[in-house]
Design a protein around this ligand. Sequence first.
Ligand SMILES: [Zn+2]
Length: 65
Amino acid sequence: MCHEPIDMALPPGHRDAFTLDHLTPLSRGGDIDGPAEPAHRRCNSGRGDGRRARARAHPPTLLHW
Ligand SMILES: [Zn+2]
């Protein structure tokens, strides 16, 4: 994602560890086997300072409840 090298030996919880970033988020109907690219954990989750709290407790849906 950021085109920096990823150390595959890092433990999964490490902020620089390897993760797969799905181009279509699974939460938006993306396929688990769909297109994805490698990303650092810190780049994949958070995409910012990594402290983005769950700003939206209820993600937007197509249905009105
Ligand atoms: Zn990265």
